[in-house]
Design a protein around this ligand. Sequence first.
Ligand SMILES: [Zn+2]
Length: 376
Amino acid sequence: MSAALGLARELIQRPSVTPEDAGCQRLIAERLAAAGFTPEWLPAGEVTNLWARRGDERPLLCFLGHTDVVPSGPESAWQHPPFQPIVEDGYLYGRGAADMKGSLAAFVVAAERLAAEHPRHRGSVAVLLTSDEEGPAEDGTRHVVETLGERGTEVDYCLVGEPSSEARLGDAFKVGRRGSLTGHLTIYGEQGHVAYPQRAENPIHRFAPALQELVATEWDRGDADFPPTSLQVANISGGTGADNVIPGALEVVLNLRYSPAVTAEALQARITALLERHGLRYSLVWRHAGAPFATRGGALVDAVEQAVAARTGRTPRRSTAGGTSDGRFMGATGAQIVELGPLNDTIHKANERVAVADLEALAEIYYDTLRRLLAP
Ligand SMILES: [Zn+2]
């Protein structure tokens, strides 16, 4: 059995549904300590966070990941129990196999190999793990990055193990993510009888032209790495349940996935101006889940590209697709950030799996990336 497969199985056995860590980080910390890392626990609330570092110098390369997994859903949908790792037809099955216990195992194996083969490497290697990535993500990576900032610890390269590959290992990697901005909008009217509309004010009718304009607006055109900003209406509800009542209010939830060509503040200002222009009575509460981040080039992107090409013969496509990731908390620090991991075709699904050959290849790619940056 390969080293990465063995560790991945041990991690999957631990049912670490957010915010539980179930001993995953303890296991990884022990392995890393034996390879010369100094583990440090930075818990917050009910979240377990590990910061383990080998070396004191810069550049500092940090591997970023999460030990928590999403719930399995009904076990009857699984061919094998979700927390019982099983290898079948070349695949390792289990919750977290692809997102992202396989990546964690590959990284530990890569770090152990660097310590063994290049014990006097330059710079430092660190591992930052949280058990709060799939959940609210308040007390996890955000908390650790804040603590590091207060200490003046600067991360130069951040390699995130999220499953980035699409059809084959290493065919795509992420060099950034869009920002996410949610608006909870309430449009006020006046409730009344549908037969007497002159004595009521229908908030759905008042909002309709504004909605039309919101969904037709071009917010930006994106750029070479990012698609244009997209606004989606995630929820819209009004009405009392009766068919003869004009409702008094309309609730709307908007979400924007936005590119670095705009800012959250600018989007908020434009949407507020639009609502004002339509003469609406409204309240609007914003939640900003993350700003966009992008690594347009640099030593980390080069090293990952070369490592993927050396192992797979493929040049990975640079992508910024998908939702936000914990990379967003590193984004503001100025670190170069790349996300590279296994195929994302089964993540969060029943029968989540990763190819055993991909696990081994990923461990080699991570090792080769470390070597190119820290032991050239
Ligand atoms: Zn993940």
